[in-house]
Design a binder for this molecule. Structure first.
Ligand code: VGL
Ligand code: ZN
Length: 231
């Protein structure tokens, strides 16, 4: 029998990373896997790495890209447009994607190999027809919030470890918005894979470095946060 006692905040203390740290598992969904609608090269390789990491974190949150079929980010919904071109939209320049992660389709499901039974919350994003959302915190209109920052604050989280797909889109935007919301942010590079459109990966790492996002590897993570009051 496991003799680890629960701690007073309800989290078990058998985890290496306690309630001050959250593992944010971004968009590990079938459509981003090789053979999927918006395949990220080697995207499936993150699954075992993420599973190993998740066993070390008491607090795990998952995200799911979750679009209506008529979503504005789909090239198919713009006459004459091709996937991977950009289009100016009211909130800014939008990359147009192949149809992917349509709500309640098999492509939008989390990868069946994810083994994170203790994940507490799944945040679905990009749900509004007219607005994309790479970020787990803030949609592309930069005004609509997902509620994740409030959840993390209520849970006493101070630092967010970002993993998943894709490094240069949803992972990077989530890490940058975690910083903007006042959290420390770490991106675990070997637990992510990139799309890399026209230098987007290098540019994402540059922006993350400038914003104080820590770039780490899964076998050399920063030390657990010391317990402290929620901010
Ligand atoms: C993503 C493009 C479109 C991602 C989601 O998860 O990085 N990229 N939708
Ligand atoms: Zn999407």
């Amino acid at each position: 029998m496991d003799t680890a006692k629960g701690s007073e905040n309800g989290f078990e203390d058998s985890f290496e990373y306690g309630p001050g740290d959250c593992l944010l598992v971004i968009d590990v969904q079938n459509d981003f896997m090789p053979g999927g609608a918006l395949a990220v090269p080697h995207g499936d390789e993150v699954v075992p790495v993420v599973n190993r990491l998740a066993r070390r974190f008491a607090q795990v949150v998952l995200t799911q890209d979750w679009h209506p079929g008529d979503h504005v980010s789909f090239a198919a919904n713009h006459a004459g447009a091709q996937p991977f071109q950009t289009l100016p939209l009211p909130y800014g320049e939008q990359v147009l994607w192949p149809v992917h992660c349509v709500q309640d389709t098999p492509g939008a499901a989390l990868h069946a190999g994810l083994a994170i039974p203790h994940a507490r919350l799944v945040v679905r994003k990009g749900c509004q027809r007219q607005v994309d959302s790479y970020s787990a915190f803030l949609e592309a209109d930069r005004a609509t919030r997902t509620g994740l920052a409030g959840y993390l604050r209520e849970q006493g989280v101070r630092r967010v470890f970002c993993v998943g797909l894709a490094t240069d889109f949803c992972v990077a935007w989530s890490a940058l918005d975690a910083r903007a919301a006042g959290f420390e942010a770490v991106v675990v590079e070997d637990a992510c894979r990139a799309i890399d459109l026209q230098g987007s990966l290098a540019s994402a790492w540059q922006q993350m470095a400038a914003a104080g996002v820590v770039r780490a590897q899964s076998d050399a993570l920063p030390q657990p946060a010391r317990p402290g009051p929620a901010h």
